[in-house]
Design a protein around this ligand. Structure first.
Ligand SMILES: *[C@@H]1O[C@H](CO)[C@@H](O)[C@H](O)[C@H]1NC(C)=O
Ligand SMILES: *[C@@H]1O[C@H](CO)[C@@H](O)[C@H](O)[C@H]1NC(C)=O
Length: 353
């Protein structure tokens, strides 16, 4: 009781916050709370200080004191995971990012897809009889669009798809046209895709191919929610002529495709720690490599085999603040986390526009 009173009094004096009681849903802008007030509400210690820093930076709004405390418990667990992992001196590091107040269950539910079985994807990829260069980065060729943000929707597969098609289109036409994820979320269901609940780039390319095109981002903007299909054939930004699927697990084929063709859509398994990736080469002994364990689709835009730990250069869709300006590196040569299990890329028509 005394504690509740003290908390209530502390809360009342917050400049931008007001609590009627512990469960009231009055929104509280963390921004306006000083570290001292935060300590009064949550206690002392480095975790409280880090949580304050986090909540301020990410402009968190929590509905009540109860939620504030719950988020702090979750944040503390995530901080422990981050600090423990960093102490192991692995080839990669983790850091607190925008996901640090979400539990792993919440993250999986809102940001990943539940497993999509990609073993129905047959291959038609042909390997060149050339030796791939020791490194390649398609960003140097100016055919990779800026990093985007899927927000809380399991639509990674649409970003992987637009990323690959934007690159293919830019490579073929010399023009960077930014394409619509929302059209894929809303309209590609006939090809075994499920909007915010997941899908596969190979199936999305097939949809675009038979639909006759994909609208521009400007004409069909992203909402991050499942919606009604409003595809407009007068706003098409790119078309797909054919789709190349990499043989399941054939990482050497993937290397050839990225080295000699263009960026390739890939899927892999995100584990708990990966969502806090900050830098270095991600590696894991525990992630799966099978067609039914992948839960996130992204875009391989290059690789580097000259590095001490050879790595893929991968574009993510969790905003620019994730990892290395929105990108991450993943260890090469072990089909790490299933990176070559479910890979494909589009071929665009020569004569678009
Ligand atoms: C995945 O699909 C393949 C081929 O359709 C099937 O044999 C396999 O049982 C499926 N796996 C799961 C986990 O659904
Ligand atoms: C590539 O994969 C897609 C989706 O699984 C499938 O529909 C298509 O038939 C495959 N293409 C080839 C040439 O096997």
């Amino acid at each position: 009781m005394a504690l509740a009173m003290a908390l209530a009094m502390a809360a009342i004096s917050l400049s931008t916050a007001r609590f009627l009681d512990d469960s009231s849903a009055i929104s509280m802008v963390i921004d306006g709370i000083s570290p001292a007030r935060f300590t009064e509400l949550l206690g002392e210690g480095h975790k409280v200080a880090r949580f304050h820093e986090f909540a301020t930076r990410h402009k968190r709004v929590y509905g009540s004191l109860v939620e504030l405390r719950e988020r702090f418990v979750t944040f503390s667990r995530n901080l422990e995971l981050i600090e423990e992992t960093n102490r192991k001196e692995l080839p990669y590091t983790l850091a607190v990012n925008q996901f640090a107040d979400m539990s792993w269950e919440e993250f999986k539910k809102h940001n990943l897809f539940s497993s999509q079985n990609c073993s129905a994807t047959t291959t038609n990829s042909v390997r060149a009889f050339l030796t791939p260069p020791s490194k390649k980065d398609w960003r140097d060729d100016k055919i990779v669009s800026p990093v985007k943000n899927q927000q809380h929707c399991g639509s990674c597969w649409t970003f992987s798809t637009t990323g690959a098609l934007e690159s293919a289109h830019a490579q073929a036409t010399g023009k960077m046209v930014v394409l619509s994820e929302q059209q894929l979320v809303d309209c590609a269901g006939g090809y075994n895709n499920f909007g915010c609940n997941g899908g596969l780039p190979s199936q999305a390319f097939e949809y675009i191919r038979y639909n006759g095109g994909l609208d521009t981002e400007d004409s069909y903007p992203y909402t991050g929610h499942d919606g009604k299909c409003t595809y407009n054939q007068n706003s098409i930004g790119a078309k797909v002529y054919d789709v190349v699927n990499i043989t399941e697990g054939a990482e050497d084929e993937l290397i050839h495709a990225v080295a000699f063709n263009r960026p390739v859509s890939i899927a892999y398994e995100v584990l708990k720690d990966f969502r806090f990736y900050k830098s270095g080469v991600y590696t894991s002994n525990v992630c799966g490599t099978g067609p039914d364990t992948v839960n996130h689709a992204v875009l391989a835009v290059g690789y580097n085999r000259d590095a001490p730990v050879p790595y893929w250069i991968i574009k993510n869709s969790w905003g620019e603040s994730f990892g290395l300006d929105g990108y991450f590196y993943m260890e090469m040569g072990k089909n790490m986390c299933g990176i070559a299990t479910c890979a494909s890329y589009p071929v665009v028509p020569e004569d678009f526009n």
